[in-house]
Write a protein that binds this ligand. Structure first.
Ligand SMILES: C[S@@+](CC[C@H](N)C(=O)[O-])C[C@H]1O[C@@H](n2cnc3c(N)ncnc32)[C@H](O)[C@@H]1O
Length: 1014
């Protein structure tokens, strides 16, 4: 019998969560900055899951001795002894608890360990800057992604785990020596090749050294496990599997994802290597421009009079050709973006214009939802800038003012309120104008920069006259998915083709860029794979520009930057937009975009992954049981329409690199039919068909995986609905696997108060194994087991800080693992129990476990219990009456007079926070008040944006994370229906850490008097 893998037993989820949340804000050289892809997994989660899927639990009785020895030698001697020593006192728990110094815990500390400083801060209730949270020796820390010492340890542990599994008799000494021999052969072969002068010329010697290097890599990797991600997306998982030295495979059905994957985890690792050029060759290839680039410090290029040594050939070439394109087009800047008062324009802000439908007004109104130009973070309010409208009859003009703006927007919910006559033009009327092309454009303001100082201008008529007439250039005519209005609402405003997202001027420039890239293609030999890689990055550069260069871009007033429209996996309708001058120094412009690409190529160059582009689920893709482990992140049900959204890029990429990768770009648009998503617009609006399509496709893919994999299959899933989980679990069970481990991890957190987007989001990773389902079971018995397991899990995860819906979802894995043992689970009546029923029961059990801990008086217990059973809907008096007598001990009349229960005729419903507190200003402010009133008071404070009151309530009622009010909030978060109350609860929970932190810091600084109003 084989030992369990670490992922089935233990994971440092707090540490992984902390670094994953940090990962979201890392920019320079990060995979997410290479090219946009939706729902990327943070790198620390991917690295941790891959590693933990490949090494056994060293405490397992079947763990090979050689592996235990490896842990001892690599993590418990020399520096490892110090750095991977388990915590003396686990920092994020309130009790004093020493972590046993055993091999399992050392492995956990190797994956991720909180730094000494962070441990101290956690104990004192202080926060630690994200960069300093993890110990510098943690495998998953961003700074360690290329750390040779740490990666060597990780790779050796994986090597020993894999080899000792195959050869149980091999000793640590033998495996250690073998690892050293195989591993150290690679840098030797690299040195031989990369030091050879002019290796770009394919001589026999070059070919031989290249072959020797490839052999060294293959010989090592053939002794390492293989990892496959059938839904590779942006490539994060294959990138991490390759980083850990494995044979890494990724597949994605989407051609755009596929090319991003190659750009992320294949090209930089293959080609982003040093090269030495003789003077003659270098100057012949790169001329004056190249010599100039070589002299600039930032590239670390050395020249000793005879040889140019370039640390990263690919990064240099991409930059070189991109510079050529820029020089080629720079002349357009003064024509298209003429100087304004001797200053270079950065951004032009345009509004679409519609006509007021009042015939006696007919004003041409710029469709503005708000008037701010700049509210730079940290700038005093007096320095904010906004447009001040001036109305004269039906004439609208603007000036630019400083300070706070009191105007409210003219367009809201797509209805237009005329600022001249007050008439409201409804959305449907506006749409008519848009559809017949009657919507105009008006340039409202121009932002310039001179010597780092920004200035804001209303363009004069004379300035506008400088704009040349621009010819209409071709734009993509491929159709948009007009029926998918949920993500592409612009389609209801007359948008039908992808090319319509661009203004005439934008399209003109994009076409010029395209032509320039074609010229580069003519210069280089595009039959060579290396040059294909270079051109691919030039097409990424174009993608990075066009995504910020549409009529749907976003002006970020807090940062003064141009952002792409895909913030929420959609292109929301926009009535005004910024147009950047792509030739300027603006961070979003040409060179800003280029530097993101070059930084990535420079940062990522370890082992490469192999990618294929097809629908996963082919049993023949790999031989039976030839893959060691699958780590994957399938689509989240109906949350993201990858194929529809990625057509935005596909239609341009196809024009630029379609001929270089003809099979990838063979279809007119990205393939949709086989995409594994539950999108009803692809099934004539039929939700059930969409659902079963997802389930069938997922089962087919899991079935193939089960057939091909020897060890664990780890699946990350971020959807919170029971329905989506039911589908996922059905597919796992139908593919003859069962869940053997389940780990929630925070992957994103936004703690801005009152931003309404501030929801904690976690994903759950389940580890699965092939499993034979045997026998029958009685649901009541299964329920008993599940209740126990779920209760223990809720307590554990609650202690680790998981809350609300995340907490309830996190228990699904445990429930399925019990259920999945049996062929059939039946109710007492003999009816089969479905996974859906099971998960509902698991959710209820989790809620019940939380409710057991719901503190307080019967009123609060009544509120929570009733909410759990009946929601917020209307109920008959009798039902409530029964519940109050049986469930909790409270008089119904009392509930009515406390306004917790609202009576209308014979019907009752639970009060919302607003209904409960009404105009009463004191209920819920005192420690002696009902807990539910206190929580409702916090919700109202949040709802009204009254941060001071919210902080005062937290300070007075629940400054500690284990205060009962948080438990009640969690409970509400898991049970309230969609609406204001739920949003408010989620918002508070997402900010909880920050609120408590602020209270603590304020108390520490002002022991004597704490007053947030100051
Ligand atoms: C959640 S995303 C993966 C994101 C990825 N882990 C990352 O970090 O970027 C799911 C991916 O599955 C892909 N996909 C959907 N249906 C597929 C199918 N039938 N075969 C292969 N890939 C598919 C989508 O194109 C998408 O890229």
């Amino acid at each position: 019998m084989k030992a369990k893998k670490l992922i089935e037993v233990a994971l440092p989820i707090k540490e992984i969560s902390a670094e994953s949340v940090r990962d979201k804000s890392i920019r320079h050289g990060h995979i997410s900055t290479l090219h946009l892809w939706w729902a990327r997994r943070p790198l620390p989660v991917c690295r941790a899951i891959v590693f933990a899927s490949l090494v056994p639990d060293p405490m397992d009785e079947n763990c090979p001795e050689a592996f235990k020895y490896a842990v001892e030698m690599l993590l418990n001697t020399e520096l490892g002894k110090l750095h991977y020593k388990p915590y003396k006192d686990i920092p994020y728990t309130s009790i004093v608890d020493e972590m046993e110094d055993n091999h399992r815990n050392r492995l956990m500390m190797f994956i991720g360990k909180f730094s000494e400083k962070c441990q101290e801060n956690m104990k004192d209730g202080k926060s630690t800057p994200p960069k300093e949270q993890l110990d510098d020796w943690s495998l998953i820390k961003w700074e360690n992604k290329n750390n040779p010492k740490i990666l060597r340890i990780a790779r050796e542990l994986i090597f020993v785990a894999y080899q000792s599994d195959k050869r149980p008799d091999a000793t640590w000494e033998e495996l250690h020596a073998e690892f050293n021999r195989l591993y150290d052969a690679i840098p030797k072969a690299e040195k031989n090749l990369y030091e050879l002068k002019d290796r770009h010329i394919e001589t026999d010697e070059v070919k031989q050294l290249e072959a020797e290097l490839q052999t060294a890599i293959d010989t090592f990797q053939n002794e390492m496990p293989s990892v496959f991600d059938p839904f590779a997306g942006g490539g994060a998982i294959p990138l991490e599997a390759a980083r850990l030295g494995c044979r890494s495979y990724g597949n994605d059905i989407n051609p755009v994802a596929h090319i991003i994957e190659r750009g992320s985890a294949e090209f930089p690792q293959k080609y982003g290597k040093p090269i030495a050029y003789s003077k003659e060759e270098f100057e012949k290839l790169y001329g004056e421009e190249g010599i100039k680039m070589a002299q600039e410090d930032e590239r670390d290029i050395t020249f000793d009079g005879e040889t140019y040594r370039i640390p990263n050939r690919l990064a240099f070439d991409v930059e070189f050709y991109a510079n050529q394109i820029y020089s080629d087009l720079k002349y357009l800047e003064c024509q298209l973006y003429p100087e304004l008062n001797n200053k270079t324009p950065f951004v032009y802000y345009w509004a679409k214009v519609a006509k007021c439908t009042n015939p006696s007004c007919n004003a041409e109104i710029p469709l503005l939802g708000q008037f701010y130009i700049s509210k730079r973070r940290g700038a005093p309010k007096k320095d904010w800038k906004y447009l001040q409208p001036h109305i004269e009859g039906s004439d609208i003009s603007f000036s630019i003012e400083s300070g706070e703006c009191n105007e409210s927007g003219w367009i809201g919910r797509a209805n237009l309120k005329c600022p001249c006559c007050g008439n409201v033009t409804e959305a449907k009327e506006l749409k008519k104008q848009f559809k017949v092309g009657k919507d105009g454009r008006r340039l409202l303001y121009v932002i310039c920069e001179n010597n780092g100082i920004r200035s804001y201008h209303i363009p004069s008529d004379d300035y506008l006259k400088l704009f040349p007439q621009i010819e209409q250039t071709p734009t993509p005519i491929e159709p948009m998915p007009v029926e998918y209005t949920q993500a592409l609402p612009s389609c209801t405003w007359g948008m039908e083709k992808w090319g319509q997202l661009f203004s005439r001027r934008q399209a003109f420039i994009i076409n010029k860029l395209k032509e320039s890239i074609s010229k580069v293609k003519e210069k280089v030999d595009c039959d060579k794979d290396y040059n294909k890689a270079v051109i691919t990055y030039l097409s990424f550069l174009l993608d990075r520009i066009i995504v910020r260069f549409t009529e749907f871009g976003v002006w970020h007033v807090l940062q003064e930057t141009v952002e792409h429209p895909f913030g929420r996996q959609a292109i929301p309708m926009k009535f005004s937009y910024p147009e950047m001058n792509p030739f300027s120094d603006l961070s979003g412009a040409y060179f800003g975009q280029l530097s993101a690409i070059v930084a990535y190529i420079n940062e990522e160059n370890s082992f490469y992954s192999f990618f294929t582009n097809s629908s996963s689920g082919e049993k023949e893709q790999f031989d039976k049981k030839s893959i060691t482990s699958v780590v994957t992140d399938p689509p989240y049900y109906d949350a993201i329409a990858y194929a529809d959204l990625s057509d935005f890029f596909y239609v341009w990429q196809k024009q630029i690199i379609g001929d270089l990768f003809p099979t990838t770009y063979a279809t007119p648009l990205t393939p949709k039919t086989d995409e594994c998503t539950a999108l009803k617009h692809r099934h004539n609006g039929n939700y059930d068909k969409a659902k079963s399509h997802f389930e069938n496709k997922l089962t087919q893919i899991f079935d193939a995986i089960e057939n091909q994999t020897t060890d664990t299959v780890s699946i990350m899933f971020a959807h919170q609905s029971t329905e989506a989980w039911t589908t996922l679990c059905n597919s796992i069970l139908d593919a003859r696997m069962n869940i053997t481990g389940s780990w929630p991890m925070d992957t994103e957190v936004s703690i801005a108060l009152k931003t309404d987007k501030a929801f904690l989001e976690s994903s759950v990773t389940v580890a699965c194994r092939p499993s034979e389902r045997k026998g029958f079971a009685d649901f009541d018995e299964v329920k008993h087991d599940i209740r126990q397991l779920v209760k223990a899990e809720v307590e554990k995860l609650y202690g680790l800080g998981f809350r609300g819906a995340d907490l309830l979802t996190a228990c699904f894995g445990q429930a399925v693992s019990v259920f999945g043992h049996y062929k059939l689970v039946e109710t007492a009546e003999g009816d089969p129990v479905s996974v859906g029923q099971l998960l509902e029961f698991a959710r209820e059990s989790a809620a019940q476990a939380l409710l057991e801990g719901v503190p307080g008086e019967p009123q609060t217990k009544f509120y929570c219990g009733w909410l759990q059973m009946n929601g917020m809907g209307e109920c008959a008096f009798d039902d409530v009456n029964k519940y109050t007598r049986v469930g909790v001990n409270v008089e119904i009349r009392q509930l009515q007079s406390d306004r917790l229960l609202i009576t209308e005729g014979s019907q009752q419903h639970l009060a919302t926070a607003k209904e409960h507190l009404g105009n009463n200003e004191t209920w819920g402010t005192q420690a002696t008040d009902y807990m539910i009133s206190q929580v409702h008071r916090m919700m109202m404070a949040y709802h009204m944006g009254n941060q001071v009151q919210l902080l005062n309530l937290v300070r007075d009622l629940c400054p500690q994370s284990d205060a009962p009010q948080w438990r009640v909030l969690d409970f509400l978060g898991g049970h309230l229906p969609e609406g204001d109350d739920l949003n408010d609860v989620k918002g508070i929970l997402a900010s909880a850490e920050m609120l408590r932190q602020k209270c603590k810091e304020a108390v520490q600084h002002q022991e004597a008097s704490l007053d947030f109003e100051d």
